[in-house]
Design a protein around this ligand. Structure first.
Ligand SMILES: Cc1cc2nc3c(=O)[nH]c(=O)nc-3n(C[C@H](O)[C@H](O)[C@H](O)COP(=O)(O)OP(=O)(O)OC[C@H]3O[C@@H](n4cnc5c(N)ncnc54)[C@H](O)[C@@H]3O)c2cc1C
Length: 387
């Protein structure tokens, strides 16, 4: 293993891989990306639903989406990797007057960025997604350029392209410490020895707080378990009219969401009552709660069987916006953390921004909403579309 590098990246999920790729594009290839698992994308990235959307409540996140989706659209050409990107749209269902009011304001914000978001009545929403019940729905929003892509494909695409330009990737290598000399970063310790480096990037997803602590920096990111269930293509489900497309449907009030997955359906929902945890075992008792909601939106699910399920971790910040930038108290330590359940889709822009900051280029983005310091100040508006 190399014993020194210009940059060490801790974490081989979509964020670490994106930073590595964008650094390499800027000519910084004396980079070592360290992943403690045997495979890249084994953390949150490998467990996510693949959703990609422009529909956010916060201008900063909308900017990240515009740039990220543009890169996902040209990913195959630019990076040479297939990411199975289906732009069949995201449909948000709204069932309370308060949500309708919030979404009306946010549609105006999204449209001010030139995003084509439609406002739909319940019957129009139902027509977009066969099999969907819109009982109690007061209105819906739809953006047809939103969609679903393959998180592993994006991560491997970034990683392979970076490697081809000279980046070193070490799997099965756990970072156990960060060395700080006279107040600034000087390298990392790993289970396979030390690497000297003037710049270290924390891309450890839900484990960002632990990596931050190694450098003496408080990174306020907490892990929350989220489940995904796959409904089998049982005969009843097959017989029911289901969306032929991969449209993503989100019941905003409950956070229940689903999209077509092969011949069946992938669905999930948050459990607002569950405290922060690193536990990723599937809570099968939670399925009963999800099913109560699921059958009200997709009645055919009442007769479906569940073929498999998994759980992964959202990496939440207090305001549900990410932290992208330097840890100012420890020069040389950079953060790309806390994407609060929507990091996969923002990894292209976030990695580009951090690479620009590391090389001292203008990131051409207002970084105040992503600064670590805004969390201490408690002034940020935050993101409301956390699904
Ligand atoms: C169920 C679920 C559904 C989701 N759905 C979506 C979605 O539809 N759209 C979307 O955009 N986002 C979604 N997300 C969120 C998204 O998955 C995350 O925001 C994103 O994957 C974060 O990427 P990351 O690279 O920061 O973290 P990770 O993928 O977790 O990568 C961090 C890596 O760091 C490694 N690591 C940690 N500590 C160390 C150490 N000490 N040494 C070396 N390596 C270390 C870990 O092994 C891990 O591989 C979902 C998440 C979950 C759990």
């Amino acid at each position: 293993m190399k014993r020194s590098a210009d940059v060490v990246i801790v974490g081989g999920g979509c964020m670490g891989a994106s930073v590595a790729y964008h650094l390499a594009r800027r000519g910084v290839t004396d980079v070592v990306l360290l992943e403690r698992e045997k495979l890249l994308a084994s953390g949150s990235t490998g467990r996510n639903a693949g959703g990609v959307r422009h529909q956010f409540s916060n201008a900063a996140n909308i900017r990240l989406s515009i740039e990220s989706i543009a890169l996902l659209e040209r990913f195959k050409d630019e990076i040479g990797y297939e990411i199975d990107f289906h732009q069949d749209g995201y449909l948000f269902l709204l069932s309370t007057a308060a949500s309708v009011e919030t979404f009306r304001q946010n549609v105006a914000l999204q449209r001010s960025f030139g995003i084509d978001v439609e406002w739909l009545a319940a019957d129009e929403a139902a027509r977009l997604a066969p099999g969907l019940s819109t009982d109690g729905v007061l209105g819906a929003t739809f953006c047809r350029r939103d969609g679903i892509a393959d998180p592993n494909g994006v991560t491997m695409g970034f990683a392979k392209a970076a490697q081809a330009m000279g980046t070193t990737i070490e799997r099965d290598t756990e970072v156990t410490g960060i060395t700080v000399d006279r107040g600034r970063v000087s390298g990392v310790n790993t289970a396979r020895g030390a690497i000297a480096a003037p710049i270290v990037v924390n891309a450890a997803g839900p484990h960002a707080r632990a990596i931050g602590r190694m450098a003496g920096v408080d990174v306020p990111v907490d892990p929350y378990r989220r489940h995904i269930f796959i409904a089998q293509p049982a005969s009843t489900l097959r017989a029911a009219a289901l969306p032929a497309s991969k449209i993503m449907v989100i019941d905003f009030e409950t956070t229940f969401y689903f999209h077509r997955e092969g011949a069946g359906l992938l669905f999930g929902m948050g459990d607002p009552g569950e405290p922060s945890t690193f536990d990723t075992t599937v809570r099968w008792d939670f399925l009963a709660q999800v099913t109560d909601i699921a059958v009200t939106r997709v009645p055919a699910l009442a007769d479906a069987s569940i073929s498999h399920a998994w759980a992964g971790l959202y990496e939440m910040t207090p305001d549900a916006n990410p932290i992208i930038g330097p840890a100012r108290d420890v020069p040389g330590f950079f953060l790309i953390n806390g994407f609060s359940g929507h990091g996969f889709q923002h990894s292209p822009a976030a990695g580009r921004i951090l690479a620009d900051l590391i090389v001292g280029a203008d990131p051409a983005m207002d970084l105040a909403p992503f600064a670590l310091e805004r969390l201490a100040a408690g002034t940020a508006a935050g993101e409301r579309y956390v699904v």
